[in-house]
Design a protein around this ligand. Sequence first.
Ligand code: ZN
Length: 339
Amino acid sequence: MKTRRRPYSEQRPTDLGGGVWSVPVPIPGNPLGYTLVYAIESPGGPVLVDAGWNHPDAWLALRDGLDSAGIGVREVRGVVVTHFHPDHAGLAGQVREESGAWIAMHEADAALVRLMNELQDREHRSFQADMLRRAGADASEVEEVTAQRPRPPAPPDRELHDGDLVDLPGRELRVVWTPGHTPGHVCLHLRDADRLFTGDHVLPGITPHVGVYPYDRDDVDPLGDFMASLEKVAELGELETLPAHEWTFPGSADRAMEIHAHHEEKLLALASLLAREHEPLTIWEVAGRMTWNRPWAELSPTMRGMAAGEAAAHLRALEVRGVVRRTAGPDRVRFALRP
Ligand SMILES: [Zn+2]
């Protein structure tokens, strides 16, 4: 275990050289502590990579942090969002309101954001409740997980595709599509400085959540995508890594393959877990038998919901590899090892 994680209170805006700044923006009430927002200077004005959580304290931290870098929020040219999650995209809308900046994200996440903005709270709740029941959650767990819903992020003005150059005059910032953590997650390769902004895809001390939603979908393979995206990043060679959480570090390829190996191990452990069972298991039962950072009994229903998503992603990856099969009953889907 790495022990270099420090609280938000010890974070400061930092000049990383070459016209790149990191600005820590707090995520109130979240153990992750903060998002690292990056500002890249250019003759056409600065571009931000991510914007932080939508909260008044976070907004002040972003504004003051940019200020200490000599950047007024009003000068911001654009915000590239690595993925649609609220700790990354949350404040992009407010930056746009202040400065007229464009917001850009990958087309796959842009489609999700549009959907989230169209969906009514009631529809969102019944969709989630349905998914939880089919996975084997009990009534009280369904109740608690469906209680809160974060505000959807602002829809982007521009959609990005793999290999695109971001609108950053005088510099070369290329989009590297890295689906897995979300379908439209991107890393950004600053080729004029051998730096890689990795969002949540490659983090130094933790691994990002990779889940399937709804849990029993059989037309996607997010974990398979994520592992292929790790290989894709490794193929870029060792670059200075600027992640969205924790701290910056040198070897992107090394760390990407370390995370790859972690999931291979987890897949192996899951296959041998299933080999010991005589009956097919629900996703909830599988999640309850897997190893998490805390015992299953101590996880809150919301944490269990995330763990079930992660379990489902590993089950689906094993299914794609031909190791696991599913049996869809009238109300619940179950999984077993292929004979
Ligand atoms: Zn995320």
